[in-house]
Design a protein around this ligand. Structure first.
Ligand code: NOJ
Length: 744
C-alpha cells in the first residue's frame, strides 16, 4: 500500500474548502491553486510564535489540574493552563493521558475543551493529538486489547496485523485521536532489551512485512474517518545497546545498520507512513536527536521521507542532562532542530517555545528552517482532515469494543501462542483435575504487558471488566482447577491427586527503563518451581508468559511448553482453547530462544558463531529455534522444485513445494523459505529467511505452494555500503526439503 499524498491531499482539500470553517477564507481563495496552497497559506499567515507553537508537543498533564506526573484526581482541565498552552504558547500538539486510561466520554470532553481554545485562537489551527495505541487503544477504558507486537509476530500472519491495525485505528478515532505512536520497527536481536516485546522480532523480513501490514491497517489506502497516522519508532538503532539496557549506548557500524536496522523503515516509508519518532539513545557516540546524517541526509535525502519527525519524550532536554552534548537547553534545541527535528515532545515544560523564539531572534535558527518543519506538521494535520473537524460523539463509533472486534482480538491471541514441546500430554480433557501454580497463574496484567491502561500496565483496578488471568478463566469455564501460590517446596504435595499441573511462570508487565534486568535468567523462585515441576510424577504443562525470552533450565520431564508472549486481554481464553484442544496452535517463534543467559545468537548468525570450545561446530544451541512451533496436526513436506538451477542477477526464482497435513486435524502451517549464500565477500549468514506464507490445510489434504524470489532479495550490504547480490552457489531450505542453484 502506498499512500498517495498528492491524491489524498486534493481529496481533503475539496472537503476543507466546502465544509470547514477554520481558515476557510484561506482555503477558499486557494482552492483553485492545488493541494499545497492551503497549507502554504496557513503557514504564511502564522507569526514566528505561532510557528514555534506548532513545533511544540506537551503531555496532557500540562492541561489538567495538579503537577505533571501526579495530576489531581479526577483529572480536570485547568483553564489557566489552557490559556498558557494555547493562547500564549500556541501549542500545536498534545499527547497521552495524565497517568491512566479514561472513558470515551471523558476523552471526547477533553478534545472538546481543547478545540474550544484552538477554535478561538487567532490561527484556529487544530491540535494534533497523539497516543501510544500499541495493542489497541490502550488508554481508553474497555477498548479491545490485542496481543502486543511480539505476540502478533508469533502468528506470522500479516493479514491479522492489518486487521488489528484497522480495529485499533477505529477505536483510536472513537476516542477522538488521529495519531498513533506505532508501530515499533526496531529489530529485537538482543533479548535483554526491555522493549523486545514491542517489536516484531529478530528478522528483517518478518519485521518489515508485519510492519507494512499494520500500517496499512492504521492508515488505510486513504485517511478516512476510521484511520490514524502511523508513527514509525524509533529511528534508528535503538534496540541494540551494548549493555542490553534501555537508552544506553549502541555501537552499530553503518554496514550492519543498513542491512538489519534500516530496511523495515524504508519499506514503511515507501508504504506511506506519515510520521516518525526518533531513537532516544546514542549511536556510535552521537545521540540520534542531534545526528544530522541520520535525520536529514539519510531520512530525508536518501529515503525521501516527507512526513513529520517528532522527538521521543523529553529527548532534547536529555541532550543536556543525560547525553552531555549540550551545555544548555537552548543549545540542545538549536542542535536538534538544525539536525532535522520537526516537533519536540517536550513534554513537561513551557521553556521549549520560549527558547526556540530566542534562537530565531538571535539568528541561530532561521525562519526558513521553522517553515520547513511547520509545513510538514500542517500537512499531516491537513491529510488527517483535522482542519474544521468536529469532535466525534460516542454514537459516531458504534463498533467500539464490539463483539466483532473482540472476536478478532481473541483470534489474534490464539494465533499468537507457540507450542514448543508436547510429549503426548496436550490437549487435556475438560474433566481432568488440574493444579495451577506459578506467579502468572492468575495475572491478567502479565498477559497484557506494558502500555495497558497505564504506562507500566500494572494497575489491576483498571483492567477490562470480565477479563481474567488463566486461573480465573478456567474457573469461569467450570474446569476443576485449584490455584496454588506457594513455592517449589510444596509443589509435589499439592500436585497429589491431580491429573496435571499447569505451571505459569514468566514476567510481570514493564516497559522502557523500569524493565531493565541484571540477568536474563528467570528469578530464582521461578527456576526452583520449574525444577520442582520436573520432578513430579504428574504431567506438567509449563506456560511461559513474558515479553522477552528469559532463560531457564528446562527439565526433560516437563511434558509440554507453551509460550504466551503477551497475548493481551483474550490471552487466557486463547490458552484455555489450546489446552483443551479447541484451538489448534499455529504460532511460530519470531526470535531465537536462548538456552543460556550469556549465550545468545540470532538464527541468521555467522558460521564462526558455530565454533565450540572443542573446535566442533555445535556452539549455536538455542533452547528453541527461530521459526519453531508445534501443532496438533502433523505436516510433511515434499517435491521442492526450482524453476531453474542457473539464474542471472536480474532473474526471479520460482520455488514450489508440497505441504501435506498427514493428520486428521485441520491446522495452519507457516511455510518458511530460507536461503544460504555459500560464499560471499561479506561473511554470509548460515541462512536468511527470504519468504514465508501461512496456509490453512484441512486434515488429510495437500497444498502446493509457490514462492517467487528475486535475485535482488538475496543481496547484502557490501563494503562500499551498497546492496549487492554476488554470483555464486546458493542453497534453499524449506523444512526438510533442500535444493541448490547458481547465480552466474
Ligand atoms: C517514550 C517511548 O519511548 C515512545 O515509544 C512513546 O511513543 C513515547 N514515550 C510517548 O509515550
Amino acid at each position: 500500500m502506498k499512500l498517495k499524498f498528492s491524491v489524498l491531499a486534493i481529496a481533503c482539500f475539496t472537503f476543507v474548502a466546502c465544509e470547514q470553517p477554520t481558515t476557510k477564507e484561506a482555503a477558499k481563495s486557494n482552492k483553485a491553486q492545488g493541494e499545497n496552497s492551503f497549507v502554504d497559506s496557513v503557514l504564511a499567515s502564522l507569526s514566528v510564535e505561532e510557528k514555534i507553537g506548532q513545533m511544540t508537543q506537551l503531555t496532557l498533564d500540562m492541561l489538567v489540574v495538579g503537577p505533571a506526573y501526579v495530576a489531581e484526581e479526577p483529572h480536570t482541565i485547568d483553564p489557566a493552563r489552557m490559556d498558557t498552552v494555547f493562547n500564549q504558547l500556541h501549542v500545536g500538539s498534545i499527547l497521552n493521558c495524565a497517568g491512566h486510561s479514561y472513558s470515551r466520554e471523558k476523552w471526547l470532553d477533553f478534545h472538546r475543551s481543547i478545540k474550544q481554545y484552538t477554535d478561538s485562537s487567532r490561527s484556529e489551527i487544530p491540535v494534533l493529538y497523539g497516543i501510544d495505541a500499541i495493542h489497541g487503544v490502550t488508554y481508553t477504558d474497555e477498548s479491545t486489547l490485542f496481543p502486543q507486537q511480539i505476540a502478533l509476530a508469533c502468528s506470522w500472519d500479516t493479514a491479522m496485523a492489518k486487521r488489528m491495525g484497522a480495529i485499533t485505528a477505529y477505536e483510536t478515532r472513537a476516542s477522538g485521536i488521529r495519531w498513533n505512536f506505532s508501530p515499533v520497527l526496531d529489530i529485537a536481536r538482543d533479548p535483554r532489551w526491555p522493549r523486545f516485546w514491542e517489536t516484531f522480532g529478530e528478522d528483517v523480513l518478518l519485521v518489515s512485512e508485519m510492519g507494512e501490514s499494520i500500517i496499512d491497517g492504521y492508515q488505510g489506502d486513504e485517511i478516512g474517518d476510521d484511520h490514524v497516522a502511523a508513527c514509525l519508532k524509533h529511528f534508528l538503532g535503538y534496540s541494540q545497546a551494548l549493555s542490553g539496557k534501555d537508552r544506553t549506548q549502541a555501537w552499530i557500524p553503518e554496514r550492519q545498520l543498513r542491512e538489519y536496522f534500516l530496511p523495515q523503515f524504508e519499506q514503511a516509508i515507501d508504504a506511506g507512513a506519515m510520521t516518525i519518532m526518533i531513537n532516544s539513545g546514542e549511536m556510535n557516540g552521537i545521540p540520534v536527536h542531534v545526528n544530522k546524517t541520520i535525520l536529514t541526509d539519510l531520512l530525508r535525502t536518501e529515503l525521501g521521507f516527507e512526513g513529520l519527525v517528532v522527538t521521543d519524550w523529553e529527548d532534547i532536554k536529555y541532550l543536556v542532562s543525560r547525553h552531555k552534548v549540550a551545555a544548555t537547553y537552548k543549545d540542545a534545541i538549536e542542535m536538534s532542530i538544525n539536525a532535522g527535528i520537526d516537533m519536540s515532545m517536550v513534554p513537561v515544560d513551557y521553556d521549549f517555545p520560549v527558547l526556540l523564539k530566542e534562537l530565531v531572534d538571535e539568528g541561530r535558527i532561521s525562519e526558513d528552517r521553522l517553515d520547513l518543519s511547520v509545513r510538514r506538521i500542517l500537512q499531516v494535520k491537513y491529510d488527517l482532515g483535522l482542519f474544521g473537524h468536529e469532535v466525534p460523539t460516542v454514537e459516531d463509533y458504534p463498533d467500539f469494543a464490539s463483539d466483532a472486534h473482540k472476536a478478532t482480538a481473541l483470534e489474534a491471541a490464539k494465533e499468537s501462542l507457540v507450542l514448543l514441546r508436547n510429549e503426548d500430554v496436550l490437549p487435556l480433557s475438560r474433566n481432568q483435575k488440574l493444579l495451577i501454580a506459578g506467579p502468572n497463574a492468575d495475572d491478567l496484567n502479565a498477559l497484557n504487558g506494558g502500555w495497558t491502561r497505564t504506562w507500566q500496565g500494572d494497575d489491576a483496578s483498571l483492567n477490562t471488566p470480565g477479563k481474567f488471568g488463566v486461573f480465573g478463566q478456567l474457573q469461569q469455564e467450570g474446569v476443576a482447577v485449584e490455584l496454588w501460590a506457594g513455592n517449589a517446596n510444596g509443589l509435589s504435595s499439592k500436585a497429589k491427586g491431580k491429573d496435571a499441573v499447569v505451571l505459569v511462570v514468566g514476567e510481570k508487565p514493564y516497559t522502557e527503563t523500569p524493565g531493565d534486568i541484571e540477568s536474563l535468567d528467570l528469578p530464582k523462585d521461578q527456576l526452583d518451581l520449574i525444577e520442582a515441576a520436573g520432578e513430579l510424577n504428574t504431567p506438567v504443562i509449563l506456560i511461559v508468559v513474558e515479553g522477552r525470552p528469559r532463560t531457564f533450565n528446562l527439565p526433560d520431564q516437563v511434558d509440554a511448553v507453551m509460550l504466551a508472549m503477551l497475548p493481551g486481554d483474550f490471552g487466557a481464553e486463547a490458552i484455555s482453547a489450546v489446552l483443551f484442544g479447541e484451538h489448534n496452535p499455529s504460532g511460530r517463534l519470531p526470535f531465537t530462544y536462548p538456552r543460556y543467559a550469556s549465550s545468545h545468537a540470532t538464527y541468521d548468525h555467522k558460521h564462526t558463531d558455530l565454533i565450540s570450545p572443542t573446535f566442533g561446530t555445535d556452539a549455536f544451541n538455542p533452547l528453541f529455534q527461530f521459526g519453531a512451533g508445534l501443532s496438533y496436526s502433523e505436516y510433511e513436506y515434499s517435491n521442492l522444485t526450482l524453476s531453474s538451477d542457473t539464474l542471472s542477477l536480474d532473474d526471479e526464482l520460482e520455488l514450489k513445494v508440497t505441504v501435506s497435513n498427514v493428520s486428521e486435524i485441520s491446522g495452519k502451517e507457516t511455510v518458511q523459505v530460507y536461503v544460504t549464500d555459500l560464499v560471499a565477500t561479506i561473511t554470509p549468514s548460515v541462512k536468511r529467511l527470504r519468504a514465508f506464507q501461512k496456509v490453512e490445510i484441512e486434515g488429510g489434504e495437500n497444498v502446493e505452494l509457490t514462492f517467487t524470489i528475486s535475485m535482488s532479495d538475496l543481496a547484502f550490504v557490501n563494503e562500499s555500503l551498497d546492496w549487492e547480490t554476488e554470483p555464486g552457489e546458493f542453497n534453499v531450505q524449506i523444512n526438510n526439503q533442500t535444493a541448490s542453484f547458481w547465480i552466474k
